[in-house]
Write a protein that binds this ligand. Structure first.
Ligand code: EPU
Length: 339
């Protein structure tokens, strides 16, 4: 056994490392606290003929009960102001930082820009993978660049915003899941902040006079707390399905039946519908199947009521998809990644 292999923890328990609290173990586990370990990690894995998967905060994954490989937990730490100029404040965070702590750190210094994204579970490194978004904002809005490890070449590579090909809950990293490992990200926070109050629940803040990023963050956290079940209390992975984006002809019968159904026109002419609304109107809010169910607080959230495994979540997901397809003719797609 090499020195590096001695660092691997055998029969690694991941039940407390995924926000759905699914029963999950890995043949080996390892915390990555130094990016320089990555080449050794992949060399060791090749030696042992084992696959490697990378986990961040475990808040957007549906883990298998047993993984016959190495689960590497991204634990690179650090956040800094790189440079301050007329364009704004360039900040950098390492992939293992908790996303919300990073947001609170910027806001704590009076820096605005990402306060609408407060309270999103998970790590900095996972944020670009699905271009996290909430309350009228998304990561791409203030994103400048990131550094990633390319598993194909064994080299580090920098990605500009355009290179990342961000879209709604999507990026090049999500489309090529086994290739890149995000190491750090850089954001440019505006020198002259203006609050983004486009989301309905934030609009009234415009009347509060001189608003601070801190006040907007407090409202966002209050909105999240009121709507979404807390994964620490009711284990979940946030939104379980993406909001479907459909051609107008597919939305027409739904809007004819329910003129007030939430719908958001996209730049390409299609309409984004609300998956939570479709699930609730299909009669599945609070629906339970075995140890899992759709939350009775927010129909888009799958909750583990205790003792669930990946298969339970897959069965519930299949039932919800089939029911919504039958009722509304709309195909839902899972948001979390099955690993
Ligand atoms: N709705 C229902 N029933 C429900 C839940 C929602 O009818 O049980 C309706 C609401 O009344 C509203 C519409 O659905 O008209 C949209 O609901 P909401 O404002 O809660 O937002 P969402 O589209 O369900 C998205 C993100 C969330 C993000 C919120 C707030 C996706 C898939 N989800 O949810 O992101 O926090 O907006 O901006 O885009 C996540 O990705 O994990 C996540 C939580």
């Amino acid at each position: 056994m090499t020195d590096f292999q001695a660092r691997l923890t055998p029969d690694f328990d991941l039940s407390a490392r995924n926000s759905l609290a699914l029963k999950a173990r890995s043949r080996f586990g390892l915390g990555i606290t130094d990016a320089a370990w990555l080449p050794e990690l992949f060399a060791s894995a090749a030696d042992l003929s084992l696959p490697v998967r990378i986990l961040g905060g475990g808040s957007n994954v549906v883990l298998a009960p047993a993984y016959d490989g190495i689960t590497a937990i991204m634990a690179l730490a650090g956040r800094n102001i790189i440079e301050q100029n007329a364009a704004g404040i360039l900040v950098e965070a390492q992939a293992g930082e908790t996303w919300h702590d990073f947001v609170a750190w910027t806001v704590g210094q009076g820096l605005g820009g990402i306060e609408n994204l407060a309270g999103i579970p998970g790590t900095v490194g996972a944020a670009p993978v699905q271009n996290i978004g909430a309350y009228g904002a998304e990561l791409a809005d203030h994103f400048v660049s990131l550094r990633a490890y390319d598993r194909h070449t064994g080299q580090r590579r920098d990605f500009s915003r355009a290179d990342c090909a961000f879209a709604y809950r999507d990026s090049i990293f999500k489309r090529q899941p086994d290739r890149y490992i995000v190491l750090s990200i850089r954001l440019l926070l505006p020198a002259h902040w203006t609050p983004n109050l486009n989301f309905a629940g934030l609009a009234d803040l415009a009347d509060s006079g001189a608003l601070t990023p801190e006040q907007v963050m407090a409202r966002v956290l209050a909105l999240r707390g009121a709507k979404l079940p807390d994964w620490r209390v009711n284990p979940n992975a946030g939104s379980f399905f993406q909001n479907p984006i459909v051609p107008p002809a597919q939305a027409a019968p739904i809007l004819a039946e329910f003129p007030s159904a939430p719908n958001f026109p996209q730049a390409d002419g299609r309409l984004k519908l609300s998956a939570g609304w479709l699930i609730e109107k299909s009669g599945l809010k609070g629906f339970r199947l075995g140890p899992v169910g759709m939350s009775d607080r927010h129909a888009l959230v799958v909750v583990n009521h205790g003792g669930a495994e990946q298969g339970d979540v897959a069965a519930l997901s299949a039932h919800v998809k089939a029911t919504v397809q039958q009722r509304f003719g709309v195909q839902l797609h899972e948001e979390p990644i099955f690993l």
